[in-house]
Design a protein around this ligand. Structure first.
Ligand SMILES: NC(=O)c1ccc[n+]([C@@H]2O[C@H](COP(=O)([O-])OP(=O)(O)OC[C@H]3O[C@@H](n4cnc5c(N)ncnc54)[C@H](OP(=O)(O)O)[C@@H]3O)[C@@H](O)[C@H]2O)c1
Length: 402
């Protein structure tokens, strides 16, 4: 009967892994690790407080005090930082120090497989246009002129520790995660729900798309946090997945042209028929890396010099929108009336949502590799949004739409 350790247990991805392990009777003991505890757990799950920014020795002391050990480690802890260099240093150190701490306590002897959650930044989606579909054997976007990528740092640490300690590894690459978490760094559903609720209050039920008109008809691939958790549980025990990295997205490709009217309907709003002809006094534009990631592969594809620099265009800049007095007042009114959290507007991740809606290039991620290895999971992206909005309503993060 397998046992598990999950770091990042309160995060948007870790929380669902803990919940799925806790519901599966096969998993007899689960240690859920984070600094805070935000959920109640079933009897098989034990929460342990840990600060991964501590030294390996200090983490070992924290683990020993709470008897933490397991055969499968799901590492989903994450700390956002302002620069790529800092993100790489801090997130690399958190993984390295945790693995070293398991060696110090002796718990690494019980480890069979370590599953590391990273993401589609693997392909440079944060830097500009990428080759589509993205595939796991695409070359890493690094070297001269490229910023450090903390996923590469973490994967190198993982590979070298695995070789030294003798356990196996799996890495996942999710993208634009749909799910529930409180106070995390990247949460597009909560921000979207708040944007729709405030728009309904302020704009006579009109829901204007705040992102880019160009991107409205381009493709994105999303990851439902529950599907990602199911993938993790499957890949942990599937012998063939040893020492492999996998894209983990829902299995469909979506456009906001298709999703936006559904979001509007869900929140009792209507999309203005000529929304893209409206004035845009609060628009913003941000250029991405001068040399787009696709350019690194372009010569092989016969497209050298043909890939445009990426940009993020928002018709309504969401960070600025969230700071407007009328928006703050409307949310305060909603919070008071509906009993939802007043601070949710300020805590929501507006920069992240603006990026997700404003990128002007396709994000298409291949699931072929996972399918060839036997993965059959799939979820409809709109259904993932609906389930997530329902849960956010139930948890009183966003107001009831109906
Ligand atoms: N969210 C997305 O849309 C998305 C998309 C693609 C890829 N990813 C990737 O998925 C991975 C997980 O991210 P996420 O979005 O799930 O993160 P998240 O929701 O922000 O959660 C981060 C988790 O890490 C824990 N943590 C942070 N600092 C810690 C510390 N010093 N000690 C112990 N625990 C700590 C947090 O708990 P406490 O604060 O309680 O300690 C929390 O449980 C990251 O690599 C991220 O880049 C995320």
């Amino acid at each position: 009967m397998p046992t598990a350790i999950v770091t990042g247990a309160t995060g948007i991805l870790g929380r669902e892994i803990v919940s799925s392990l806790g519901k599966d009777p096969k998993w007899t003991r689960i240690y859920a690790l984070s600094r805070s505890q935000k959920d109640e757990y079933p009897a098989t799950v034990q929460h342990a407080h840990i600060d991964l920014t501590s030294s390996a020795q200090e983490i070992a002391r924290q683990l020993e005090g709470q008897n933490v050990e397991g055969e499968y480690l799901f590492f989903t802890a994450y700390l956002a930082k302002d620069s790529e260099k800092e993100a790489s240093d801090v997130n690399g150190a958190m993984l390295q120090n945790f693995l070293s701490a398991l060696t110090l306590t002796g718990a690494s002897k019980n480890l069979k497989r370590v599953l590391l959650t990273t993401g589609a930044k693997q392909y440079g989606v944060h830097l500009g246009p990428v080759k589509c579909p993205m595939q796991e054997d695409d070359p890493w976007i690094e070297g001269k002129g490229r910023p450090p990528n903390f996923y590469y740092t973490q994967q190198r640490i993982l590979h070298s520790a695995a070789e030294k300690e003798g356990w196996e590894w799996v890495v996942t690459y999710p993208n634009d995660v749909i799910g529930v978490a409180r106070g995390n760094f990247m949460n597009l559903s909560t921000s979207l729900g708040i944007y729709a609720s405030v728009s309904k209050e302020l704009n006579n039920g009109e829901l204007e798309f705040p992102g880019s008109e160009t991107f409205y008809n381009m493709f994105d691939c999303f990851t439902y946090s529950r599907l990602h958790a199911a993938f993790n549980l499957w890949a942990a025990l599937e012998p063939g997945c040893r020492n492999q990295a996998f894209n983990v997205v829902n299995g469909d490709a979506e456009t906001w042209a298709n999703l936006w009217p559904k979001v509007a309907r869900r929140f009792g709003c209507k999309v203005p028929a000529r929304q893209f002809e409206r004035e845009t006094p609060d628009a913003s534009e941000m250029k991405l890396a001068e040399v787009p990631p696709f350019e690194d592969l372009a010569a092989v594809n016969g497209m050298k010099g043909k890939i445009p620099q990426g940009k993020v265009s928002q018709r309504i800049d969401l960070v600025r929108w969230s700071q407007k007095k009328e928006v703050k007042d409307a949310w305060a009114k909603i919070a008071e009336r509906e009993g939802v959290e007043k601070g949710a507007l300020e805590k929501a991740t507006w920069g992240f949502l603006g990026f997700v809606l404003g990128r002007e290039y396709n994000i298409v991620i291949s699931m072929s590799k996972a399918r060839k290895f036997g993965w059959t999971g799939y979820v409809d992206t709109w259904e993932s949004f609906e389930e997530t909005f329902d849960e956010l309503e139930k948890e009183k993060v966003i107001p009831k739409a109906k």
